[in-house]
Design a protein around this ligand. Structure first.
Ligand SMILES: NC(=O)c1ccc[n+]([C@@H]2O[C@H](COP(=O)([O-])OP(=O)(O)OC[C@H]3O[C@@H](n4cnc5c(N)ncnc54)[C@H](OP(=O)(O)O)[C@@H]3O)[C@@H](O)[C@H]2O)c1
Length: 506
């Protein structure tokens, strides 16, 4: 019988940081005793400040949710701490010696999770590589070496390319796990399931039947405490549209993969991102709206008054874009993307709006002559309600809803709106797992499907860069202002044309 695999080692750089405390450790506690146990892994936290294993464990315990406490207490003895500067080669050598002493030793599979500031991604990988900590043989199934890179991955195409090149000097692509936590969400993964498992949707999923698609990520909070400086340097386009929203878009619109193999899925996503029509810098004002929140009616501070926001800041907290995909399936179908902070409501959703029937037999507007009715039908100015909309809600409710029209009871043929509704929690009796649980598990198992490939990141930056460049030159759209707690600037409504309808309100 083959020897059992040695336990893996998860090395978290940035171990005292916000992400580790709020997400990574609770995710590992949730996996403890379920998908993973003592035989599977130990954890080594790394940050510069000195502390003992015991004090580190006690510090982490504070942020573990009540329901995960018992699992955390089982996990805690396998959590260790090493003070080290991630970019310093001598510190990394000492780290290597410590890892050799932990369960599994040099034979353990090692997952290096870089929960660090982005400018440390490159230097940390370089320091690890110089100490031989990333060396890996071809086709290694044990003692593998993988690196998880947090977001943001670059701040434009050029810096993303430079980081990719730097990483590839030390790592093979199959060792690099670029994270976008949206892909770890059950409902985001379900976009693939919904499309490719159910034969009823796919035949309709194209320009012949879909009129438009809209994707919204609306937040009701403003800039989080302590993150004003970071956000002011980033803005809504870089923080949300370039990564999470384009990821959701690629899953909604990609071609069917031949299999669920990571490369099959990721290649289709890259193809789709490459087919996004780049904004013409001279016309970027026609396809995008940018804005920032002003003071709200309930005393919310304006963005410019938030702590850490620079004087004279020109950073957007709201972006809306009318995107187009130049491929056979989607030619001419607009994809309307919108994200804002301090909006009226928190929700993330995808809406696929199907075309209306070619002849409207029901609910014709009163008082139109037959000629006028046919003329308005021909020009598309008869703005009747679209009966068929498929809404995939990603948060806070995880649900799928298909709306359709039914005959209203009574003597006349009047159609009224109705819907089929599916709710994850109601159906499965439990909330979907946190995204980081799935992503950590996949990284340990060596499954890269839900992680971004280098060319995928570059394809999404290419699109984002064109919009950014348009904003910086040419007839750039003005930076508008919307009251905190509102639906954003009314100018965003103009991205819908003719009878296409308007933005969802969740
Ligand atoms: N927080 C979130 O919700 C969130 C969400 C998505 C993505 N991210 C990404 O995750 C990463 C971490 O974010 P965060 O919010 O957790 O940051 P953070 O709270 O500022 O924590 C940074 C951590 O890095 C450590 N550190 C700094 N310099 C170091 C060095 N040279 N060597 C070793 N450790 C060092 C710090 O501890 P010492 O000072 O003791 O060294 C601290 O533990 C960032 O890339 C961020 O963009 C965060």
């Amino acid at each position: 019988m083959a020897d059992p695999s040695p336990p893996n080692q998860i090395v978290i750089f940035g171990a005292s940081g916000d992400l580790t405390r709020r997400k990574l450790i609770p995710a590992l506690a949730a996996l403890e005793g379920r998908e993973l146990d003592e035989a599977d892994f130990s954890v080594l936290g790394v940050a510069r400040r000195e502390k003992s294993d015991e004090s580190f464990r006690a510090e982490l315990a504070i942020d573990v949710p009540e329901e995960l406490r018992p699992a955390y207490h089982r996990l805690a003895p396998r959590i260790h701490y090493q003070a080290a500067d991630a970019s310093d080669v001598d510190s990394m050598r000492a780290l290597g010696a410590r890892l050799d002493e932990l369960p599994g030793g040099p034979d353990a599979g090692r997952l290096f999770y870089l929960s660090l500031k982005p400018d440390l991604f490159g230097p940390t990988v370089e320091a690890l590589a110089e100490c031989g900590l990333l060396a890996m043989r071809e086709q290694e199934t044990q003692s593998w070496r993988r690196v998880v890179i947090e977001k943001p991955f670059g701040r434009d195409l050029e810096s993303a390319r430079a980081l990719n090149e730097h990483l590839h000097r030390w790592l093979r692509e199959d060792q690099i796990y670029r994270i976008d936590h949206y892909l770890g969400k059950e409902t985001v993964q379900n976009l693939l399931g919904l499309r490719f498992h159910n034969a009823i949707f796919e035949p309709l999923w194209n320009r012949h039947h879909v009129e438009l698609v809209q994707i919204t990520v609306a937040e009701d909070i403003g800039v989080e405490r302590g993150r004003g400086g970071y956000y002011d340097d980033t803005g809504a386009l870089r923080d949300m549209l370039q990564n999470h929203m384009l990821q959701v878009l690629s899953l909604v619109a990609m071609e069917p993969p031949a299999s669920l193999a990571p490369e099959a899925v990721r290649s289709q996503k890259v193809e789709l991102l490459r087919a996004l029509r780049c904004a013409d810098p001279q016309h970027v004002d026609e396809i995008s709206v940018r804005a920032r929140y002003g003071a709200g009616a309930n005393g919310e501070a304006a963005y410019v008054d938030e702590e850490g926001v620079a004087f004279g800041s020109q950073t957007e907290t709201f972006i809306a874009v009318r995107a187009e995909i130049d491929n056979w399936r989607w030619s001419g179908v607009p994809f309307l993307l919108r994200h804002g902070k301090r909006m009226a409501k928190r929700f993330t959703e995808v809406q696929v709006q199907f075309r209306t029937p070619p002849i409207q037999l029901f609910n014709r507007p009163d008082g139109l002559s037959a000629d006028e009715y046919h003329r308005r039908l021909r020009e598309g100015s008869l703005c009747e309600i679209r009966p068929n909309v498929l809404t995939v809600s990603l948060q806070p409710r995880e649900a799928i809803r298909l709306s359709f029209g039914v005959k209203q009871p009574g003597a006349s043929m009047v159609m009224a709106p109705a819907a089929l509704d599916f709710d994850y929690r109601e159906h499965f009796g439990k909330a979907p797992a946190d995204a980081y649980e799935r992503l950590l598990l996949d990284a340990l198992h060596g499954d890269q499907t839900l992680f971004l490939r280098g060319d995928e990141i570059e394809a999404s930056w290419r699109y984002a860069d064109e919009v950014l460049e348009g904003w910086q030159g040419g007839p750039a759209p003005p930076l508008l202002e919307y009251p905190a707690g509102s639906w954003g600037p009314s100018e965003a409504d103009a991205l819908f044309h003719g009878c296409e309808g308007g933005w969802s309100r969740g």
